[in-house]
Design a protein around this ligand. Structure first.
Ligand SMILES: N[C@@H](CCC(=O)N[C@@H](CS)C(=O)NCC(=O)O)C(=O)O
Length: 217
């Protein structure tokens, strides 16, 4: 087995890579990284000096691949399976990558802003930034609700990298800004994502760690 995934079971961006790996049953060795351990943090920093996970290591090609989207594209190219994450058609590929960016940059990073603020010490909090992040997530909910109204997955009938990105982003977004009753298409889409075996497995494996998720005080 040449692939190793450096990750943490609670980490949302790691879920994104896990969903892709589980989709195709791609064999890999999971390497759980505890960032509070100096040794484990140092090992991660050696692989990717930004110290962010997930990071994929492929001993067969001697390559180290950081960034969830790049990991998924790498898997799609090097270890293609039944689920293809980027469509072959260039126009569809562009639309797919746009949705992947949308979920990462506007939903997922807004969630990180809100959750990260909960971890800041009193006196260093950023309530204005948190309100901006919540407003951005609400705008995204409206856009998603319209976008998925007639679709099964983010791009239509085929599950793609956009759904890998949407899964953790929406899971944690719903925790910090609940979907509410009005976004029925979004709720139905999220229900389909949660029922997808790849994502259901990532959630189930993270359950023992849920108590570590910072709550609003
Ligand atoms: N753009 C990166 C984001 C990765 C990221 O933010 N990972 C978080 C966990 S969800 C992390 O490494 N946090 C630890 C830290 O920042 O020290 C990706 O798509 O992989």
């Amino acid at each position: 087995m040449s692939l190793k995934l450096y990750f943490h079971p609670l980490s949302s961006f790691c879920w994104k890579a896990l969903v892709a790996l589980y989709e195709n049953g791609t064999p890999f060795t999971p390497v759980s990284v505890d960032l509070s351990s100096e040794t484990q943090r140092a090992a991660l920093l050696k692989l990717w000096p930004l110290g962010k996970f997930p990071v994929l290591r492929d001993d067969a090609t001697d390559r180290t691949i950081p960034e969830s989207s790049i990991i998924i594209e790498y898997l799609d190219n090097q270890y293609p399976g039944r689920t293809r994450f980027i469509p072959a058609d260039p126009k569809l590929a562009l639309q797919t990558r746009l949705r992947d960016r949308f979920y990462d940059l506007y939903v997922h990073l807004s969630v990180q802003k809100i959750v990260g603020d909960r971890l800041r010490p009193d006196g260093s909090k950023d309530p204005h930034g948190v309100e901006e992040a919540k407003a951005r997530i609400r705008s995204c909910y409206g856009m998603i609700d319209r976008d998925v109204a007639t679709k099964t997955w983010a791009m239509g009938d085929a599950f793609s990298i956009a759904d890998c990105a949407a899964s953790p982003a929406l899971f944690y977004a719903n925790k910090v800004v609940p979907f509410g009753d009005t976004h029925t298409n979004l709720v139905a889409y999220f229900d389909r994502l949660q029922a997808r075996p790849s994502f259901a497995r990532a959630i189930s494996e993270a359950k023992p760690y849920f108590h570590m998720f910072p709550q609003e005080t």
